[in-house]
Design a protein around this ligand. Structure first.
Ligand code: MN
Ligand code: MN
Length: 323
């Protein structure tokens, strides 16, 4: 039986969905400058600005142009395109289309591609399998970082959300902690899109920690690496510690380490909480216009997809589709 989450009026829902995707891109672009740096190195580098990195200026180890985003955003956009394409083709939520989109994304020479993502994409390309065996090394944050489009495309249908989230995750990452993070952060995002307040937000965090105590984030352990536990702790700690988008974002990315990914995920949740209209204007203006257009178009298209009636069933089941 399908669970139904009550959704807010459309204009409010669209503002929150756009806030989530723009907030995600802002965090990616802002954090990329200090990815793999330590908090001490950041404080030293930005001493002239009070020891805080606060502008979208590009650079970093990827030598990004100012306003450009990294794999976090472009891989999310690829996943979202696959979901929209599947609806057009009468193959809704088809995992094979998602895997094909990851292959095409990698062929497009992304500025960055994590090791575990690359390995999973190559496995699909060479063997056609949509998931690897469970693997101890798969507890990175690569599956978590790109799940935003799934949360939007399945709004109102928690069963489909969980099924597609795990299916897309397992194309590259097959680990119980990655799975738990993908579902917990996704459910939290969906609650914020529906208008969850601070108490409900806290309940979501506590529920995750009860199920998987390794995610305990209070007191904050202070690591922000690409290990999915560090990532979730960093994001939840800062989301709950700061009501304000800008304050939460600055505190998050200035933790360094996997700053583009923690920034993106914090931006997604805090952006859903405040809505696009309340995002800091300077950061919105500092993003490349092409990025703003891509995430804006996709956010509204995915919400429209979630709210549209299901298409007639396709005549043939796609090969290799997993349940
Ligand atoms: Mn990245
Ligand atoms: Mn990263």
């Amino acid at each position: 039986m399908l669970e139904r989450t009550p959704l807010p009026p459309l204009p409010l829902l669209l503002d929150r969905a756009l806030g989530a995707y723009l907030g995600f891109a802002i965090g990616d672009a802002l954090g990329a400058t200090v990815e793999f740096m330590t908090p001490r190195e950041i404080a030293h580098r930005f001493a002239a600005q009070g020891g805080v990195h606060r502008q979208i200026v590009g650079g970093g180890w990827l030598r990004l142009p100012a306003g450009q985003v990294t794999d976090d955003t472009t891989m999310s956009l690829a996943l979202g395109d696959a979901l929209l394409r599947g609806a057009r083709l009468g193959r809704p939520l088809d995992t094979t289309l998602i895997a094909d989109a990851f292959v095409a994304w990698r062929r497009g020479r992304p500025v960055d591609c994590g090791h575990t993502c690359r390995r999973g994409i190559l496995r699909y390309l060479h063997h056609g399998s949509l998931h690897g065996e469970p693997h101890d090394g798969d507890a990175g944050n690569g599956a978590l970082m790109r799940n935003l489009p799934v949360a939007l495309a399945t709004l109102g249908d928690d069963t489909a959300f969980e099924r597609v989230s795990i299916a897309q995750a397992h194309i590259t990452h097959h680990h119980p902690l990655s799975d738990a993070a993908v579902l917990a952060i996704g459910h939290l995002l969906r609650a914020l899109l529906a208008g969850a307040g601070p108490a409900e937000l806290r309940t979501h965090g506590e529920r995750l920690v009860t199920r998987q105590p390794v995610f305990r984030f209070q007191p904050y352990p202070g690591r922000a690496s690409a290990y999915v536990v560090d990532t979730v702790q960093t994001v939840l700690h800062h989301l709950l510690a700061f009501d304000d988008f800008e304050a939460a974002m600055l505190a998050t990315v200035n933790q360094g380490e996997d700053a583009d990914t923690t920034g993106a995920l914090l931006g997604m949740l805090a952006g859903a909480r405040c809505g696009a209209a309340a995002l800091p204007r300077p950061w919105k203006r500092q993003l490349l216009p092409a990025v703003v257009h891509a995430v804006s178009d996709q956010a509204s298209a995915l919400v429209a997809l979630a709210l549209s009636p299901p298409p007639p069933a396709a005549n043939t089941a796609p090969e290799n589709a997993t349940a």
